[in-house]
Design a protein around this ligand. Structure first.
Ligand code: SAM
Length: 366
């Protein structure tokens, strides 16, 4: 069955310019699915440029973060083979492919079949055929089987840019963001596992408290978990607005006042709860740990790994894994300090503000 947003959203590669624009009240489209120009970014590049110049990300696109830093770390060259383990919109992939050709090959992975299909079609229209790019819908947790089966001697580089893309966050039908009303789904792979609504409906209170504490750094996670479990007894938590409103109402119990969800004190708590639930629903930390254990075994001697993280739980795991494998001599060089996006990039794209890039180079004899 086709996932709901694939059915509802315009797919640029098959319908680049809709015959009739969707109807909307007022002068400019406000809702995600009304933004037909942004959603057809290839046909309306000027509109996308204007949106990006205002510091926003155009609907249905994603701006790659730390691109120059990643190209510097991975140093892609013509003829090399690389893996983009988190293809997303294919923004990094596009830049990597420019350096890999002629003669190179990039394998793009994404657990989200809708994004994978769109990014693959986008890269095809840019001229990257099956001889230079292939996309596979899979979780990067399985990289340790996938890559050696195809390239027993390993590949030249691997990139992972963790978390969700702007397309996933901005699409109300995916339910990732408290900023848009929508079904509380949050699954990156919509064909697998329970949705966030189903997970919140059945998770045990102590497991929920652990997720809130470990995945979202929620202070007083036990009280928040108790409040959420009490709330679900009176009505199921079905939508992003349901969850946002419950968290807002629980905030006085956690020592705050009852304020608007946009209040600078409440908004970070809502954000933390959404992040914790998303990480739990997608089992993101287990996937990351499996990926990090297998990454060095997928690289050639001298091959390079770059991992871009967006919060402390991810960065801690990447730092620890690279340190461990560096100490075992698997990596010959490991990033001492994280690389951060330049201030100018953060000004132009606020989503870059929490990004941290770590890297490692496989030892020549490992
Ligand atoms: C931040 S976006 C990547 C954006 C991409 N670098 C670009 O420039 O367009 C992260 C992507 O990774 C995917 N993803 C997250 N966890 C994954 C996993 N465990 N396995 C495979 N894909 C994953 C998400 O579905 C999302 O599309």
């Amino acid at each position: 069955m086709m996932p709901p947003s694939a059915a509802a959203g315009p797919i640029p590669e098959t319908n680049p310019r809709p015959a009739r624009r969707p109807r909307y009240p007022g002068k400019n489209p406000r809702a995600f699915h009304q933004k037909y120009k942004e959603l057809n970014s290839d046909s309306y590049p000027e509109t996308v440029r204007k949106v990006e110049a205002s510091g926003k990300t155009a609907a249905g696109t994603h701006r790659p973060i730390c691109t120059q830093e990643i190209l510097g770390v991975l140093s892609p060259r013509p003829g090399q083979i690389g893996i983009d383990a988190t293809l997303g919109y294919g923004g990094h992939a596009e830049r990597l492919l420019q350096s890999l050709n002629p003669g190179g090959f990039l394998l793009g992975l994404d657990t989200d079949g809708v994004q994978l299909q769109r990014a693959t079609a986008r890269l095809r229209t840019l001229g990257y055929g099956p001889e230079s790019f292939e996309g596979i819908q899979t979780n990067f947790a399985g990289i340790g089987r996938l890559v050696p089966a195809r390239w027993p001697g390993g590949v030249d580089f691997i990139l992972a840019d963790l978390g969700c893309s702007s397309m996933q966050l901005d699409d109300p039908l995916r339910g990732f963001s408290f900023k848009h009303q929508g079904p509380l789904d949050m699954r990156m792979n919509q064909n697998k596992g329970p949705s966030a609504a189903e997970w919140l409906g059945s998770v045990k209170e102590d497991r929920l408290a652990r997720a809130l504490r470990e995945h979202g750094d929620v202070l007083n996670a036990e009280a928040m978990a108790r409040g959420l479990c009490d709330a679900r007894k009176s009505a199921p938590i079905r939508t992003t607005t349901d969850l946002k409103e419950i968290v807002r109402r629980l905030c006085p119990m956690l020592g705050g006042k009852l304020r608007s969800p946009k209040d600078p004190v409440i908004e970070p708590i809502i954000r933390q709860v959404f992040q914790a639930v998303r990480i739990a629903v997608n089992d993101e930390f287990s996937a990351l740990e499996m990926f990090l254990r297998a990454a060095a075994g997928c690289l050639k001697p001298g091959g390079r790994l770059a991992v871009l993280t967006f919060h402390s739980g991810e960065d801690r795991r990447v730092k620890a894994a690279l340190k461990r494998d560096g100490a075992r001599g698997v990596y010959g060089a490991v990033a001492g300090d994280v690389l951060r996006p330049a201030a100018e990039e953060i000004r132009g794209n606020p989503r870059a503000s929490s990004a941290k890039l770590r890297w490692a180079v496989k030892a020549p004899s490992a």
